[in-house]
Design a protein around this ligand. Structure first.
Ligand code: ZN
Ligand code: ZN
Length: 126
């Protein structure tokens, strides 16, 4: 079982506080989260689809501020640890294994202010 699938940062202007700050990105198979290190604005994404997909199938479209990055991760499908293409948009969060094409597609769920680690059991963070 892989507890921490993705853990990375992306420096950009925060949609909430407007400052350039690191956005802390964490993803596990059952949830993905993006948190502004400056103001604590957090967006939660929940999984909708997991499948082997061709490139671009789940790339978010129609979003002005899609973030694109490549992150190392361990694929649950082919078990290879290697580069994954990650796209984060206003409503979508996708991670795709470059080796086999296995794609995690998460959809935006909710937004809150605060500092809740992804592995917390705190009720306020759900
Ligand atoms: Zn912020
Ligand atoms: Zn794979």
């Amino acid at each position: 079982m892989i507890d921490r699938f993705i853990f990375t940062r992306y420096r950009t202007s925060c949609y909430h506080c407007g400052k350039e700050a690191d956005q802390v990105i964490k993803a596990v198979p059952y949830r993905a989260q993006v948190m502004c290190e400056n103001c604590g604005a957090t967006r939660i994404f929940i999984p909708r689809v997991e499948e082997v997909a061709r490139e671009g199938r789940y790339t978010p479209i129609g979003c002005y501020d899609t973030w694109e990055m490549v992150v190392p991760a361990s694929c649950r499908n082919c078990r290879v640890t290697g580069p994954h293409d990650m796209f984060i948009g206003c409503n979508h969060f996708t991670v795709r294994c470059r080796n086999c094409g296995f794609t995690h597609f998460y959809k935006f769920d909710l937004e809150y202010m605060g500092q809740c680690p992804i592995d917390t059991e705190d009720e306020a963070c759900r």
